[in-house]
Design a protein around this ligand. Sequence first.
Ligand SMILES: [Zn+2]
Length: 295
Amino acid sequence: MQYDGLGVDSVSWAGRTYPEIRAVGESDGSVLVVPVGSVEQHGPHMPVATDVVLADAVARGAAATASADDVPVLVSPPVWTGSSDHHLHWGGTITLEVATMLTVLTQIARSALQNGFDAIFFLNGHGGNSPIVSAATKTVGTEHPHVEVIATTYYFLAEPVAEEIRDSRYGGMSHAGEFETSLMLHLAPELVREREYAVDYREEPKGGYDGAFHDFFSHGPLSVYRAADSQTGPGTTGDPTLASAEKGAALYEFLVEELADLLGEIATSVDDSASAECEGDSASAEREDDEVDGA
Ligand SMILES: [Zn+2]
């Protein structure tokens, strides 16, 4: 088993004491990563917490790599529920209303940032959360103008290698399909029921408005809401039969490297802007002194 619980590694907020957390937060260029998951059906073959496990594992792997390069970074406990109304139909789903989830994310940020972090990074694991995570980024950014506030949905970081790794055609790498199942086979294989695999390919939209996109790595210009009762099939969107632990290991390694590099860049950037701000402060302090002398 590659994935383990809360607080077990040195970059986990949950396993640290408050003086240790403050020491990291007050370091120059400090970054807090907040994994955001969901509890929703992932077909008959994967656990409902799949998005929590994957976002948390990528966050912790990347933070450990960045931390080894002296980036001051911690990973908060993952937000275990998200916005999954469209999955309620199958069962197994626990969801928040949009406004509640926005409040949860902004209040997590508001309290966590009291420890002095220079940047906060929401690492989202579930497509249905994306607009709310973006709204939280804007809300927290408005409240904290001196903190860098960033978000992404983690699987977009894998776009450069996903096309090389995949064996499925369009529609194979979506909800509980080849991509997520491969990662789970690598990170938590004991949680995957390989005998229960169910395949469900959706067709690629043909025009500007021809329904939703059904692959992690295809995007269109429209956001289209689909009511829960329009969802049918096994709950999978994609092809878990083409998943493998080897593909999962390659995807995980790539995701960890990409995110670790980003964390390093963010740390350097916020550290530079903080020192520029300090120089600005001391320059204006000197001017004030001059004025006092002149008075
Ligand atoms: Zn998922």
